[in-house]
Design a protein around this ligand. Sequence first.
Ligand SMILES: [Zn+2]
Length: 296
Amino acid sequence: MIGVDFGGTRIKIANVEDGQVVDSCSIPTDKTKEPIALLQDIADAIRELDPQPESVGFAIPGEVDPTGRCWRLPNVPGFEGVPMRSELSSILGCPVSVENDGTAAALAEFRFGHGQNYPNFLILTLGTGIGGGVVLDGIPRRGANGFAGELGHIAIHHPDSWPCVCGQTGCLETYIGTAGLKRKFEELGGKASEVRDIADSARAGEAAGLAVFEMMGEVLALGLCSLQNILDVDAFVFTGGISPAFDLIEPSCRKALHEKSFAKPLAEVPLLVSELGDSAGVVGAAYLPSQFAAEA
Ligand SMILES: [Zn+2]
């Protein structure tokens, strides 16, 4: 089975068996190409890994409706309205599933990670954007229209209300996505080209770096409190580029959970970092067709 992780700068493609990547390649996300031409390039790369794939799962950093039509793909213009599933399926001649990459991350975690111990969990992908996925009663959920799990776009009551790429203001993502952390760091006199620079500052004991992750923990807790009040899950799982710094985030997050939660058991929910590593995106994607109905 083939998994495709459609990133804003690179598209990773892997042949996956028993949860392991057995062969992989990647191509650049050429934004100058027409969507159909880019899908053709992806199909060509897939065929080099497997001339006759049995199924292809496709994870995108955007929203997809239940027919596999792209609703929104903010980082790759031109894909809105493109029937990605039927186009790829007709090019490749096999079942294809297209889902949000947070759903694919949740599926990888459900099958091969912390989901094996926690039947009700939410995954948050901490990076440029804050994505999410939902598993309830041991079943990965897409929602009525395929849009469930947009955890980065719940509104946070906070004195600074920053605009979000989704058109709203005050979304969780605006504070604790990469841009929000850098903005906070710069407000405090720091300069960072990536989140790792802020983590290095915090680990060196510098006030600016420590304050950024303290803010992140507090704001994240506001989001988790809202989610807990609705779902009372067994665990939250964190993945994505910022998650290696989770040890810097957790103390203020846990403290704020205890201060703001509706009930103590909600505040004591396990906060876990995914151990699946960089291949989780393509592995989760590869299992999309067998998990969700695929169109031949
Ligand atoms: Zn938003």
